[in-house]
Design a protein around this ligand. Structure first.
Ligand SMILES: [Zn+2]
Length: 124
């Protein structure tokens, strides 16, 4: 009976692991989506800046009635920038941090006991 119970426990463990894996790949997918979205926004932002530059120059040369359009572009560019910052923060949160050496801050491999860079003993 004890044996069967143990098997049951094991199965539960594996179930938990599978759930973790699903969560991990879900997060990875989310990060990919966010990166894609950031790239898209970056292109729009670049276009905005280019348009702002051109309109500002035309205004400088004396063309009238551009103020409103420039203002609108400035505003929407700022919104885009904030959106992108938020998405980058989300990516940060979803990306697990690699462990780092407490002494020299160099990134460490997952199971390292000593830092390969400075020799610092790494305590869990
Ligand atoms: Zn180190």
């Amino acid at each position: 009976m004890e044996f069967i119970k143990n098997l049951g426990e094991k199965a539960k463990d594996i179930g938990g692991m599978a759930k973790d894996l699903t969560k991990r790949s879900g997060e990875l997918l989310e990060v990919t989506k966010l990166r894609f979205e950031i790239n898209k926004l970056q292109k729009i932002l670049d276009n905005n800046l280019e348009a702002i530059g051109e309109l500002s120059y035309r205004r400088f040369k004396g063309e009238e009635g551009l103020g409103e359009e420039i203002e609108r572009l400035l505003q929407s560019t700022q919104v885009l920038e904030k959106d992108m910052e938020n998405m980058k923060e989300q990516i940060e949160k979803l990306t697990p941090k690699a462990p780092a050496c407490p002494k020299c801050s160099k990134e460490l491999p997952q199971e390292a006991n000593y830092c390969a860079n400075c020799g610092q003993k790494v305590v869990e």
